[in-house]
Design a protein around this ligand. Structure first.
Ligand code: PLP
Length: 416
């Protein structure tokens, strides 16, 4: 009989979203007329930009013609897309990234999980707390953790992010080899400034660690001091891999496309033969296990960078950015403390005194018919917070904020 990968047995069930769904379903059963509004899920609502649709239609037609049909594409992605990325995402910000350092994928979730395959199974991982759960679970699957005890995995270094430090993590104390950083952050919405990132790059250089930098929400940055890429920091190419996604940038959550940058300057230690390029290993991994993203999708992603595409995408992003402002201001007007929402589609709300994350989730569901995500599901330091997202429509977002304010006002009156 084959043996199971015992590491999988350490995994906790994906309790958070299942529990959210279960509670919402139960409420709907008892209140079938309820018009629940979700500010919980991190999925977009606006349709794709017309420039993307037009490019994908054209690509479909090419696939139906003998002269322009394409079969398997390059595993790393078509050069037309990798060149567009190098030019618009990096050169435009003064960063030189060669197309050979860019690997197009079917999204950042796969990349942030798969990338750890090129590192030693004994490398220690550090994550911020609260954290996007994929970083943790994928490393647990790979055997880089022990058991789950007291809300966290043994063997993984959790870097607490406290309110008094703007929900930014301090440097690790155990010198991990791999450090996941997400900026702008899911779930807290905090964004690392140039000086924050400089500190991390310096630390990685000093200790020989690698930063796995998730910039999936880069398109939501509004402040000048927040780098869009970690490579805007001198020396970062020697210590960092960057992940990007078209999901929240261009509404590709269902289309699936993203990319990661593995610079040639990033070297990994071998036991016997000196150093090896991380780029070489990732290229080998992708060529073996991945057959590329569909031509049609890559043409759609390329259209994101066209003048027309950029205009349309910025219009869509401005809807979500405005929603974020409405939520942030609305929550504060209702007397709660909130952060994020300025460089991010996520608003991180401090729950009223005396309540847990789940208590406040229940309150919002029952008193305002709103779904949020309890912060405790993102790690021990998420307790006492909930995450609201700006991805719903403007109409429903405004309605939700209004309901929330009224529910909190009723609560205050009852307590008075
Ligand atoms: N990284 C972060 C921090 C995310 O929040 C998400 C999606 O919610 C992803 C990556 C996944 O992106 P993709 O849709 O490209 O797989």
């Amino acid at each position: 009989m084959a043996h199971c990968n015992e590491s999988y047995l350490n995994l906790q069930g994906s309790y958070l979203f299942a529990a959210v769904r279960e509670k919402a379903d139960k409420y709907k059963q008892v209140h079938p007329q309820a018009q629940i509004i979700s500010l919980g899920i991190g999925d977009v609502t606006q349709p794709l930009a017309q420039a993307v649709i037009t490019a994908m239609h054209k690509a479909v037609d090419e696939m139906g013609n003998m002269d322009t049909f394409r079969g398997y594409g390059p595993e790393q992605g078509y050069l037309f897309l990798r060149q567009a990325i190098a030019e618009h995402d990096f050169q435009a910000r003064g960063v030189q990234i060669d197309p050979s350092e860019i690997f197009v994928s079917d999204g950042a979730k796969c990349d942030v999980g798969n990338i750890q395959e090129i590192f030693s199974a004994s490398d220690i991982v550090a994550v911020t707390d609260p954290v996007y759960p994929v970083y943790v679970d994928s490393n647990v699957m790979a055997g880089r953790s022990g058991r789950f005890v007291h809300d966290s995995y043994e063997g993984i270094e959790y870097l607490p992010c406290y309110e008094e430090c703007g929900f930014k993590a301090g440097l690790p104390s155990h010198d991990p080899q791999l450090i996941y950083l997400c900026s702008p952050n899911n779930p807290t919405g905090a964004a690392l400034s140039k000086s924050d990132l400089t500190m991390w790059v310096r630390y990685a250089k000093q200790t020989g660690s690698v930063i796995l930098f998730d910039a999936a929400y880069e398109a939501y940055i509004t402040e000048d001091d927040v780098p869009h890429s970690i490579y805007e920091i001198d020396g970062a190419k020697e210590v960092a891999i960057e992940f990007r996604s078209y999901s929240k940038t261009a509404g590709f959550t269902g289309v699936r496309c993203g990319f990661c940058v593995v610079p040639h300057a990033l070297m990994l230690e071998t036991k016997k033969s000196g150093k090896v390029e991380a780029n070489q290993l990732w290229d080998r991994r992708q060529c073996t296990k991945f057959n590329g993203v569909s031509y049609i999708v890559q043409r759609g992603a390329e259209a994101v960078y066209s003048e027309e595409g950029q205009g349309q995408i910025q219009d869509i992003l401005s809807i979500y950015k405005k929603n974020a402002r409405i939520i942030l201001e609305g929550v504060e007007e209702a007397g709660l403390h909130a952060s994020g929402g300025i460089n991010s589609p996520y608003i991180w709300v401090t729950v009223p005194k005396g309540m847990t994350s789940w208590d406040f989730f229940d309150f919002l569901l029952h008193e305002a018919e709103i779904i949020c995500t309890p912060g405790s599901g993102f790690g021990p330091c998420g307790e006492g917070y909930v995450r609201l997202t700006s991805f719903n429509t403007p109409e429903l977002t405004e309605k939700a904020v209004d309901r929330m304010q009224k529910a909190l006002a009723r609560r205050r009156e009852m307590k008075a």
